[in-house]
Write a protein of this length. Structure first.
Length: 283
């Protein structure tokens, strides 16, 4: 896939460094990939011919043909999917954890790898994004809590960038509902929400406190979507949140995340407060 792209070789080196035995090297490699893709993602993996054609059309303010756009998207997807596959391996294999403020566990390598996914998915097609999301869902079923945390970290950025963030961008740009770009973004958001909301909500009942914290954080950007379009999941999600709070003390690392999500859900849907008022008596 197009080694003529200027940053192809340095990105290949960074991808290899993702698997270095020293965690600082893995951390730095993920940061480097994140920054390069953030700026160069639109031309990632394109050949010199495709880049020249893209620049010429932009200079002349002429749109690319449908065939050219599809060809370039295919080149982008091929290169970015390869990077995402390597990042997914790191999310599954990395075990480095540090602790901040006592019990709060932070995973700097996995966090930065998840951010790489976030910036890469902005430039990928809907099918490629769904493939990455499905791979992350498989990590949630693994026995190691670090693996489940890594999967949720990735899903957090998938939800924020391609589900919630994309819809907000449409509204800010006042895109028409009939435009092709707007329709594709809405379709991607709907597919992701239907696939991811329920599995992430179930992680609120995980036995590990750090996994519950990341699950609550991942759901926060789509609290409005959960209330508006997935009301059938709301009672179960609120029940899990109440159960989590009742079993935790105020020093647990997930308390702040759970409380923030609970407050947001109740703010968006105050009518359900009466149904779950019994939860207040148990806290």
């Amino acid at each position: 896939y197009g080694p003529e792209w200027t940053f192809a070789y340095i990105c290949e080196e960074l991808c290899m460094d993702l698997f270095d035995e020293v965690w600082e090297v893995r951390h730095g490699a993920a940061m480097g990939l994140r920054e390069i893709i953030k700026v160069q993602g639109a031309v990632a993996g394109l050949t010199a011919r495709q880049q020249r054609r893209r620049l010429r059309c932009r200079a002349q303010k002429v749109p690319l043909s449908a065939e050219e756009e599809a060809e370039m998207q295919s080149s982008r997807d091929a290169w970015l999917s390869d990077v995402c596959a390597r990042v997914l391996c790191v999310l599954a294999l990395d075990r480095f954890v540090d602790f901040v403020g006592g019990d709060l566990a932070v995973a700097p390598v996995r966090e930065n790898c998840a951010q790489v996914l976030g910036v890469a998915l902005k430039f990928m097609s809907t099918n490629a994004v769904v493939d990455v999301a499905d791979a992350l869902l498989k990590l949630l079923a693994r026995p190691g809590w670090e693996i489940r945390q890594g999967g949720l970290l990735g899903l957090k950025y998938v939800m924020a960038v391609r589900a919630a963030g994309a819809l907000e961008a449409i509204e800010r740009r006042d895109c028409t509902a009939n435009s092709a770009g707007s329709a594709d973004i809405r379709s991607c958001s709907q597919v992701l929400c239907s696939r991811l909301l329920s599995p992430i909500a179930r992680c609120m009942g995980d036995v590990d406190d750090d996994v519950r914290a990341i699950a609550a954080t991942a759901l926060l950007p789509l609290a409005g979507k959960l209330v508006a379009d997935n009301a059938e999941l709301l009672p179960a999600a609120l029940g899990m949140l109440w159960d989590a709070l009742s079993s935790l003390d105020e020093l647990s690392s997930s308390v702040a995340s759970v409380m923030t999500l609970l407050a947001r859900l109740l703010e968006l849907s105050p009518d359900v407060l009466g149904t779950h008022a019994a939860g207040l008596d148990t806290l």
